[in-house]
Design a protein. Sequence first.
Length: 232
Amino acid sequence: MNTDQNTAPGHVLLTDIAYRGVRDLLMSGQLSPVRRLVESRLAVELDVSRTPLRQALVRLESDGLIRREEDGFYPTVPHLPEIRELYELRRIIERQGIDRIIAAGDSLHHDQSILRDLCDQWAALGADRPEPSPDIVLMDEEFHEQLLTASGSRVLVESLRSVNAKIRLVRMYDYITADRVEATITEHLAILRALLASDLETGKKLLEHNIDAGFQIVQQRAGNALGPMFLR
């Protein structure tokens, strides 16, 4: 185990390592949703001491990925009714990003530089497709948040970030297969090309399909994995 943890920079780094390590274990389904997180085991597995691990757990609790009980921390168990409502809210928020530009006519446009940068990023991912992993969830969040940023509404972006934090854990079930990664890249590029061509109605329909397809996958896979705990 790494014992050089006394300096501030090193301690911060180890906290980040612990945070990412536990987050990835949670989002890849390697930690049981009904079992308490055993700090001693996690510390050994991640090669960190208990202090940075505990700080990482506090961050994860703040993110909503784990919950604190009297005897320790447990993975957060998502519930379908709440997840469905959050996806509906996400759909409304993201659709509004395009609707506000449609309603404004020629007085408001997407930031083309943001759209082009996103197009370049996701075209590169299409050329060198990443393996399924929890990081795909974060990349997808960044895409949708940047898409809203391009619409010029900070309020919508902040609202979406709040929703994303609440559905982040359950979205791990969306990106466990290569076909879903490939489909997401294809759908994102189609959305961007429509918006870059100022075909806003098509872009909105493609965006809605992208969100709805993700929910259907999450609903099916999380239901299979978590059973009654998820459905109640």
